[in-house]
Design a protein around this ligand. Sequence first.
Ligand SMILES: Cc1cc2nc3c(=O)[nH]c(=O)nc-3n(C[C@H](O)[C@H](O)[C@H](O)COP(=O)(O)OP(=O)(O)OC[C@H]3O[C@@H](n4cnc5c(N)ncnc54)[C@H](O)[C@@H]3O)c2cc1C
Length: 407
Amino acid sequence: MTIVIIGGGASGMAAALAASENPENDVILLERQARLGRKLQATGNGRCNLTNLHAASRGYHGEDASFADFTICAFDPEMTLAWFRSLGLFTVAEPSGRVYPYSDQANSVVDVLRFALEKPNVRVITGYVAEKVKKTADGFHIEGTGQPISCDKLIIACGGLAGSKLGGTMDGYKLLRSLGHKCTKLRPTLVQLKSSWCGCASLKGVRANCKARILRNGETFAESEGELQFTEYGLSGPVIFEISRDVCHGGGSWSCQMDFMPDVSENDLFDALSQRRKTALQASELLTGILHNRLGRVLTQNAGISQQKLITELSDWELLEVCRAVKDFEVTLTEPMGMDSAQVTAGGILTAEFDNRTMESRIRPGLYACGEVLDIDGDCGGYNLQWAWSSGRLAGLHAGGIHDQNT
Ligand SMILES: Cc1cc2nc3c(=O)[nH]c(=O)nc-3n(C[C@H](O)[C@H](O)[C@H](O)COP(=O)(O)OP(=O)(O)OC[C@H]3O[C@@H](n4cnc5c(N)ncnc54)[C@H](O)[C@@H]3O)c2cc1C
């Protein structure tokens, strides 16, 4: 049997390896870029957060997020790590559940997959852009920038639109739509948020631990705690990615409230700042030693305090204003950054049209889809790659007609 996989990213490589477990299968992996796993190589800031130990129980979204349940359980993080170990990859888990390669290099993940694909029954064709797919009497026919290819089973693993510089395209959605599938609205997620607050640019590059709360019309929409990073246009960093899903969609006024000292009470902070009244420093140094210097100055300024004023001259009321700026700082949000800078696409091909036990299309037997092209996206922290491994493996095993005791 010939199985073609379009897309040599995370889910496509997992699918190809699974389908090739039957040596009688001929597996052809088509990748539009010059090499496999280009996006994978950039994941986790070059470290590749390849899974999360908690991924089996929660963390997925989509019109029917429960679609992911069976798929993730059929090939859960533990099985995924055992599989990677069998490919030669050593990994290490952080207390948060995030798992990284022991080498701390995303390259290691790409390399073990690439090496594993060097098998007699797998043909990898890079630089091949699949442009058209057609259903034929006994399978599928693919046309693209190379020789046309016919196959018995076809797996679409083209990924999503996010991260276009790393290979995010509309191709997967287009190919699946041409075969009769429907697509939801696509939105960027795990993405930076733009703010109209003019202070962002002066804090560009500053990182701070904070508790961030997104408000829609004054009501809490999402919240999380972790590292925030200021950018020229707004807010970024893991804590923002975690709560960025669907922010600024559907109207209303949106803002982000930040507590830069979540583990210190306002009273304790007030006492600590009052102690500083004994020093002969200017207000610009009021938060020195407590927060990042630039952030400290901007927050003091935003509390309405002249930077030149001596700390000895600050009133209790002024110190309270600074405490509030540190613990309850709110900026207006305008929109998320675009797909280019998003890590993941929310939305995708309707999962109702696929069987989550096999990843096979309910309307085109012999056609499979996996990974981000489907309407499933995960939380920040390794959930999206886990979805790619689980759905890719399941698609490969079933397209390859392989009975697996785990699925
Ligand atoms: C900067 C960044 C960092 C990220 N970090 C993490 C992280 O640390 N942990 C995590 O869990 N997730 C992370 N993600 C998300 C994760 O990378 C994706 O969700 C995951 O790669 C999706 O896998 P996929 O196989 O569906 O798609 P991809 O990995 O994007 O692979 C799709 C492949 O298909 C190819 N392709 C597309 N169209 C065609 C065509 N017509 N013909 C041939 N080939 C085609 C593409 O070139 C691409 O190589 C990150 C994403 C980005 C952008």
